[in-house]
Write a protein that binds this ligand. Structure first.
Ligand code: GAL
Length: 417
């Protein structure tokens, strides 16, 4: 393995000059972008690479949040046959770098000045030991709510900006005969909602609980209240929510069957794919009580060790194409996310995208930008999975109350470290 890596690293270094003109060489790409909106965004990437002579071998592994994709990846690496490029999130990237499985994109990153344009919050996951190990394609954030505009108008209320206002709107939607909350009962989706709920208890609290993993915050009164809020939210879903895919929950909001969905901004990709217009057909707001703060996750493409100069050159060319500012605009307009570089103009983005870009920049300056627990940017996978278990159990009514759930969370996170 060491020799292969050595060869890989030096070939990568030699290949930067070839990056722009790589001859037709395939990259096999493992990803979980299988919904309508995600596939549309993926096509922007595929088409861009094909104009550069880079062939695409698709390895889709369905399952929002990427858990199934990471299991498939582990199997491929164990079999000694890793894909060339892998969609990956946060701490997972650092874990694979620690295992020595990733290549070194530093030559292409240096040649193109990535250090100066990629926000440091992303560099924390894109670099290991001072070397670039992956190419960030976007920045998503999880503390969003997507509301059907007609359903909101029918409540006679404004977009909620506090927990109490949110509950009032949800109650009114119920009265109006629709499912207030479009949701899919999968652990990662429950956890995505919980990102927003925990952040709504305060920025300092989110940081103490989910970034610092402070036992007192994880098991204390504020966490008990956060779980009580989550349990309250679970009362607004329909009876078929269990196991539903996130994009089907988006569809419920799109067609007016449900009032709103609490989901990261990949949900916007589904609304756009369905021809819906922000401000007219749907409204995007920050999870009530989290205005000014952002829980982010960034999809990156990590490159695994491959042999052969052509293959390595294709990886470098793919990384270069991903980091191109024009591509970052075109891709993220479709995906619902915002660019992973600070120098991309917002002209092509709709109002939700413009808000996403402004919120990210402001949060980054104000110290209110935090990694998403649900999407692997707050803590390593073992902790994340422990959080998933407790959050899902709470959503499904398995604890007597929020205090019992908070106690279980503190215990589960301690055991996972
Ligand atoms: C996230 C990923 C997004 C989107 C979502 C649902 O983890 O960052 O790009 O794909 O899962 O699949």
């Amino acid at each position: 393995m060491k020799n292969v890596m050595k060869h890989f690293v030096s070939a990568m270094a030699l290949s930067v000059g070839l990056a722009a003109s790589a001859s037709a060489e395939d990259v096999e790409v493992l990803h979980w972008w299988t919904s309508g909106g995600e596939a549309a965004a993926l096509n922007v990437l595929k088409d861009d690479l094909s104009t550069k002579g880079i062939g695409w071998v698709d390895m889709p592994v369905a399952g929002g949040g990427g858990e199934a994709a990471m299991t498939a990846l582990r199997a491929r690496v164990t079999a000694g046959d890793p894909p060339t490029a892998v969609q990956m999130l946060g701490f997972d990237i650092l874990d694979w770098a620690n295992e020595g499985a990733l290549g070194d994109l530093t030559p292409v990153a240096t040649a193109e000045g990535w250090d100066g344009v990629v926000p440091s919050a992303l560099q924390a996951f894109a670099k290991a030991d001072g070397k670039w190990i992956s190419a960030p394609v976007n920045v998503h954030s999880t503390n969003w709510v997507w509301i059907n505009k007609a359903a909101l108008d029918a409540t006679g209320m404004a977009s909620p900006i506090s927990w109490d206002e949110l509950v009032a709107v949800l109650d009114k939607m119920k009265e109006n005969g629709i499912t207030p909350l479009g949701h899919g009962g999968q652990a990662w989706q429950d956890a995505t909602v919980f990102d927003g709920v925990v952040l709504s208890m305060g920025n300092d609290f989110y940081k103490a609980a989910f970034i610092d993993l402070d036992p007192a915050a994880l098991g204390g009164d504020q966490m008990a209240e956060a779980f009580n809020r989550l349990i309250k939210l679970s009362s607004y879903v329909d009876s078929n929510f269990s196991g539903r895919d996130w994009n089907l929950a988006s569809a419920m909001v799109i067609n007016g069957e449900a009032g709103m969905q609490m989901m990261g901004d990949w949900a916007k990709g589904e609304f756009l794919k369905a021809g819906k217009v922000p401000g007219t057909d749907f409204v995007c707001i920050r999870f009530p009580g989290t205005q000014g703060a952002v829980t982010f996750n960034s999809d990156q493409f990590a490159m695994f060790g491959v042999e052969g100069e052509g293959a390595v050159a294709a990886q470098a060319a793919m990384a270069s194409a991903i980091m191109n500012p024009t591509f970052q605009s075109a891709f993220n307009v479709v995906k619902g996310s915002v660019p992973a570089r600070t120098d991309v103009p917002n002209d092509a983005f709709d109002d939700c995208g413009k808000k996403g870009m402004a919120d990210l920049a402001a949060a980054n300056t104000n110290g209110s930008l935090f990694g998403s627990m649900a999407h692997g940017h707050a803590a390593p996978a073992a902790v994340k999975n422990a959080v998933y278990d407790v959050v899902t159990a709470a959503f499904n009514g398995e604890y007597a109350d929020g205090a019992a759930a908070a106690a279980a969370l503190a215990e589960a996170v301690a055991a996972a470290q």
